[in-house]
Design a binder for this molecule. Structure first.
Ligand code: GKR
Ligand code: MG
Length: 450
């Protein structure tokens, strides 16, 4: 007798906002709140599955349309669920960028992803098995992550209670003094990390990350200051942490020529150089001359970009991200393709909460060729929607939850509070460039900048 199906009866989709520090990148600066959408997939078996994804306006609308399209389907029928979503989005499937950086990912895969994760959570609960077991089984019991360093200001500049000590920024060195036009929906207090705008600040930030979390790899988000300054920062990080592999990611802020110069200057120091320059052709030009592997989460973000990237020899490492590669199973498909073509595999992150981290950990645990420490923005957040205690970074790694499903439980009070915060904060889309322009009206997001 065939086992009973578990049918989707609906989905609750709750946008939330959580406090985010002023982290700088090449397109601007993080807004005071980061947005996520929390999915609770409700089934006729009484089981509820969790998913987490972006919460930008257009994506939210697509999530609602998708939820309607998959109601009535079996949580084990993932192919049918993806097809129903693709069908519903036909005509409205243009890619939506993440802060103007990941611009060509598949909209269908972005929308399908949190529902697929929620279905796997339900399947895990139904069968009493952790999600990693549904993905082929964990090959490691703890997943290593890297310290993710950012140039940053000490506080969000518009906070009325704060004044910048620096008289004139419009360089990125410091935020400007408070201006009445920089109205904050919700002022923030200074965060405990303080300012990091030079090599010494970054070394201090790294020291704290390594001491608190035991990270065994370090990534610097670059593309903020001229490349020579960022090279000097990497050199100082290397002197301070000679045994820790380093990565630098300027998000395509450099021309191929600049990229080759930086790559040569950092020979022997970087584990990989991530997205130095835009596009597959530019990356291939740099790859032909760079002494270290090039990695990407910008020029290869969808399946149809793999063949041209492999043909051009553009990258040696792909950063997977289940949020835009179409969930956990399709990320394992990506892993298989990378393995076949001799590409290394790492993992990308954006600002995220605990449901995403749990999904990342199960996926990484069940992906044998994911051998690089994964990215995470985890240390930068102070709020969450999951009950604490399950996920924590120790010795640089997160232990794989061994309980059924994703292994995390929703904290309903926290969900309600962060939803309230979403309603109050007024931010409806991630817009690092727009926010930076409110601070420095002359700022432009240019790629390549140097
Ligand atoms: O959080 O500012 C950020 C990052 O720049 C993020 O948006 C990128 O997508 O971390 C990402 C990356 O590796 O490119
Ligand atoms: Mg990147």
């Amino acid at each position: 007798m065939a086992p009973a199906s578990i049918r989707i009866t609906g989905a609750r989709i709750t946008p939330v906002a959580f406090v985010d520090p002023p982290l700088l990148n090449t397109v601007g600066v993080h807004q005071p709140y980061a947005l996520r959408a929390i999915i609770e997939l409700v089934t006729d078996a009484g089981l509820v599955g969790l998913g987490e994804t972006y919460a930008d306006t257009r994506h939210l609308a697509r999530l609602h349309a998708a939820a309607e399209a998959i109601t009535g389907l079996d949580v084990f029928a993932l192919n049918a669920i993806r097809a129903a979503i693709a069908d519903r989005l036909r005509g409205d499937d243009a890619a939506v960028g993440t802060a103007g950086m990941i611009t060509s990912a598949s909209a269908v895969d972005q929308v399908f992803s949190p529902f697929e994760v929620a279905c796997l959570d339900v399947q895990g609960h139904a069968g009493g098995r952790p999600v990693a077991d549904l993905l082929g089984g964990a090959v490691r019991d703890a997943v290593p992550f890297s310290a993710y360093l950012f140039y940053k200001w000490a506080f969000h500049p518009h906070s009325p209670s704060l004044r910048s000590p620096h008289p004139h920024p419009p360089s990125l060195r410091s935020p400007p003094p408070h201006s009445p036009s920089l109205h904050s929906p919700h002022p923030q207090e200074p965060d405990p990390w303080g300012e990091a705008l030079d090599p010494a600040g970054l070394v201090a930030q790294a020291r704290r990350m390594v001491d608190e979390y035991g990270f065994t790899a370090i990534k610097l988000k670059g593309g903020v200051f001229p490349p020579e300054e960022e090279m000097a920062a990497i050199e100082e990080l290397h002197s301070a942490f000679p045994h820790i592999p380093l990565r630098l990611d300027p998000n395509a802020a450099w021309t191929p020529q600049t990229s080759v110069k930086v790559a040569s200057g950092l020979a022997g120091i970087l584990e990989y150089l991530e997205d130095p320059t835009p596009g597959i052709a530019g990356m291939a030009e740099v790859a032909a001359q760079a002494p270290m592997p090039l990695a990407t989460n910008m020029c290869v973000v969808a399946f149809d970009q793999l063949a041209p990237a492999v043909a051009a020899g553009a990258v040696k490492v792909v950063l997977s991200d289940h949020h835009y590669w179409g969930g956990l199973q399709r990320s394992r498909l990506l892993a298989g393709i990378c393995d076949t073509f001799g590409l290394g595999l790492s993992m990308h992150s954006n600002s995220h909460l605990g449901i995403s981290l749990a999904a990342m950990v199960h996926l990484a645990a069940a992906t044998p060729n994911l051998t690089y420490a994964c990215d995470t923005h985890w240390p930068w957040k102070t709020e969450d929607v999951v009950k604490p205690g399950v996920l924590s970074i120790r010795n640089g790694s997160v232990a794989v939850p061994a309980t059924p499903g994703l292994g995390v439980e929703l904290d309903r009070d926290a969900l309600a509070a962060l939803h309230e915060q979403y309603l109050r904060c007024g931010i409806r889309d991630r817009d690092d460039t727009g926010y930076m322009r409110r601070i420095d009206p002359a700022f432009e997001a240019i790629s390549p900048r140097w």
